[in-house]
Ligand binder design. Structure first.
Ligand SMILES: [Fe+2]
Length: 170
């Protein structure tokens, strides 16, 4: 995570390769935690209120997320992210390759993988059906936890403490 937030500290000769690999690791770590068996349903608490405020409701948010994911060209990721570190609104965005919204100062709340390897075995090239079929395994508790975490993002280590990578960082 630190690498993604401090690219200027990586030697230029290795910067692109390091960022691609670090981004792939970070994004997949977020993805694994965004899902769990027997989950799905609806978000609760502050995240539910924010989704209603910024998208007009859960179904409208899902439709926008699916549409953005389907329209995104090539390999990448689709995100629910909080626009600013401190109390910003929610937005749906996509990134290409292994880019992460953190590099633009946006806090990732929920993510799905748009690389073809994520869905080809089950859905072949039908990315839209893959995106629609993903919601029943979304772990809204984890998304809500990340949303609450984003309130404290003024702290210098806002992403490291309780952030995406605590469980996978050795
Ligand atoms: Fe992937």
């Amino acid at each position: 995570m630190w690498l993604l937030q401090n690219p200027e500290r990586i030697p230029e000769v290795a910067r692109t390769a390091v960022l691609n690999n670090a981004g792939g690791h970070v994004n997949h770590s977020l993805l694994w935690r965004a899902m769990a068996p027997g989950k799905g349903g609806e978000p609760t608490s502050a995240l539910a209120d924010a989704i209603k405020r910024d998208f007009g409701g859960l179904e409208k948010f899902k439709a926008r997320f699916d549409e953005a994911g389907e329209k995104s060209f090539g390999s990448g990721w689709v995100w629910l992210a909080r626009v600013q570190p401190d109390g910003g609104r929610l937005q749906v965005c996509t990134t290409s390759g292994h880019d992460n919204p953190l590099t633009q100062g946006h806090f990732p709340i929920l993510v799905n993988d748009l690389w073809e390897h994520a869905y080809y075995l089950k859905h072949e090239n039908r990315r839209g059906s893959y995106l629609k079929g993903w919601w029943p395994v979304v772990n809204w508790e984890e998304a809500a936890r990340r949303f609450e975490r984003s309130d404290h993002s003024a702290e210098r280590d806002w992403e490291d403490k309780g952030g995406a990578l605590l469980a996978v960082t050795v």
